[in-house]
Design a protein around this ligand. Structure first.
Ligand SMILES: CC(C)(COP(=O)(O)OP(=O)(O)OC[C@H]1O[C@@H](n2cnc3c(N)ncnc32)[C@H](O)[C@@H]1OP(=O)(O)O)[C@@H](O)C(=O)NCCC(=O)NCCS
Length: 263
């Protein structure tokens, strides 16, 4: 059963980030109370996962998505039907103008859900862990300037910068919704102090669009990035708030430790 008062309201110029964490309690609540909100296809997918951790996070992210959208639209969670665009971006089957996007990584899922003034939203979360091939991956996926920046870093700073650029690039292509049909080297992020901006290397039409970004660390080792485009401009008082969701309980305000933003 959905208690919509458990979810924070969303005004027109508001974006809520809702987080859910895979813990034994939360998963148990989702299994016992929420599985019926999944469609037949989703139930089948849920049953098919090979790894338990993937099955759990799939269920938690679907519950987060369906219950949050149901509360926002004043519907039953079982009546939230999803469709996908040409490049795979999920949208509501019967109301394509509701802007939302989902991400999940290593036991955490995050949903960004925008009020009526939101046009495009993309969110990405990544568990940040040491690798010895950050430079190789940067060479493969990043623009020349981004790669140069990564190469200049000390090994200590390289991991943090890699995940910052990676999540921003993912959030941005997820917001545009065209997936990896966009060349990841065709745009470059600039990070100076606590500011974020993006520059298209060839496409001036894209450069005229006004994007806003937010980047934050969540929990111990997740990096999160949000990309948004709105009808109202960045100076029009757009609010971004974050909450933790747990099935059957009121959402709790969550303090984002912002690394940087474009606001
Ligand atoms: C699918 C992709 C959109 C995101 O993949 P990801 O980072 O592995 O996964 P996330 O957890 O952030 O997002 C997955 C969710 O995004 C949503 N999604 C799927 N396709 C999408 C698209 N084209 N646009 C926006 N959102 C999309 C779905 O809700 C999906 O969740 P679901 O599968 O449970 O329904 C795409 O960007 C991708 O395949 N990336 C590959 C990684 C890569 O090469 N990155 C280089 C970055 S520099």
């Amino acid at each position: 059963m959905l208690n919509k008062h458990y979810f924070p309201p969303i005004s027109d110029r508001q974006i809520n980030i809702l987080l859910i964490k895979d813990t034994p309690d939360i998963y148990h609540m989702a299994v016992s109370r929420c599985v019926e909100a999944l469609s037949a296809n989703e139930k089948e997918k849920y049953a098919r996962f090979h790894f338990d951790k993937d099955r759990r996070l799939f269920l938690l992210s679907r519950v987060l998505l369906k219950y949050s959208l149901a509360a926002y639209l004043d519907r039953d969670p079982g009546d939230i039907a999803l469709a996908v665009g040409t490049h795979g971006k999920p949208r509501l089957a019967d109301k394509a103008d509701v802007a939302f996007n989902l991400t999940h990584s290593h036991g955490v899922a995050a949903l960004a859900l925008g009020g009526a003034d939101s046009v495009d939203i993309g969110i990405d979360i990544e568990w940040s862990e040491p690798h010895n091939d950050f430079l190789d991956m940067g060479f493969k996926y990043f623009s020349q300037d981004e790669y140069r920046l990564l190469k200049k870093c000390s090994p200590d700073q390289q991991q943090a910068l890699f995940y910052r650029l990676w999540t921003l690039k993912e959030a941005y292509i997820k917001a545009i919704g065209k997936g990896l049909s966009i060349d990841l080297k065709s745009f470059a992020f600039q990070l100076s102090d606590d500011r974020i901006s993006v520059n298209h290397l060839k496409n001036d039409v894209e450069n005229k669009k006004v994007w806003q970004f937010l980047q934050a660390r969540v929990y111990t080792r997740h990096m999160l990035a949000l990309a948004i485009r709105t009808h109202a401009g960045p100076k029009d008082g757009y609010g971004i708030r974050a909450f933790e969701y747990s099935p059957g309980r009121p959402c709790k305000p969550f303090m984002l430790k912002a690394v940087a933003s474009s606001r």
